[in-house]
Design a binder for this molecule. Sequence first.
Ligand SMILES: [Zn+2]
Length: 338
Amino acid sequence: MWRTFGQDRLLGQISGSLRAGRIGHAYLLVGPPHVGKMTLALDMAAAVNCRQPADTHDGPCGDCEACTRIHRGVHADLNVLSIGGDPQTPTRISIRQVREAENFLSITPVEGGWKVIILDGAETLSAGQSESANALLKTLEEPPEKALLLLLSSAEEAILPTIRSRCRLLSLRPMAGDTLADYLASRHGSEPERARWLARLARGCPGWAINALEDPSVLESRSTQLDGIAESEGTALDQRFSYANALAGGFSGDRESVRQTLYLWQGWWRDLLLVKEGVADHVQNGDRRSELESIAPNTSSAAIVTFLRRLQETLVALDANANPRLALESLMLDVPGK
Ligand SMILES: [Zn+2]
């Protein structure tokens, strides 16, 4: 049974390849943060190593020893490489990690199945470090027998074309809000109204919603960030610049959290537009509705649309490795209001 949820089209495609014995050696899993890339990668690792006969279930059985240990991340033939795994390069996958992965793949599988590498943060291989990328390309060109490479990225645009062209692409899309809400209620015991609210905040990404259900600090941090965003219209430019600087300072260490902050900005300004257009029932930040309604008259719909476009441009520019401080300062200059 697949643990991945809401990606039926992709699961159908992968099941087909598994049944036909035509699983590839390298896949690139792309999609927004928390959409389920790591869960799918672990599912694929389990599927190729599952001990149960494939005709008794779809994907990995989920119960055998191999499936269980892979999902716990402790299988001898699974190696997960993440950004920060090498303390010397806290912001990217290092050449040392890629070399270790190559060595790992060159050794015969301990348990007789497939050797699987999951590389989370594949976009960092292109950030001016051709050595790691070249080492990986060599492996992608001549993969060892029974080796599976799963590259994960939430910044598809920043992946080197030479890497992308050697991988089969699996593009994970956010789930529909209602589907995610049903899932949170039925599988995670969330009360239905809260499930609907979290599904909306999560923008269709189940990982975020599950984190928010399990860890109160996720919603607390969102609330603090929204306070800052709500005040941005009225704050002086120097304060907005120091905000941009603080955000840019965190970018090299944790670009996903900066993206998440910009998504919050997008959600907030989209909500203001919805309030202005008289469809406040559809706002993402329903818990802030009265605040949105009191602020909305301050700005014209046209100015909001322009700023939403600037937010989108900034996200694209950051993915394309623009200078984060300049990109964010320039965005702060364009906040409607003052
Ligand atoms: Zn199994």
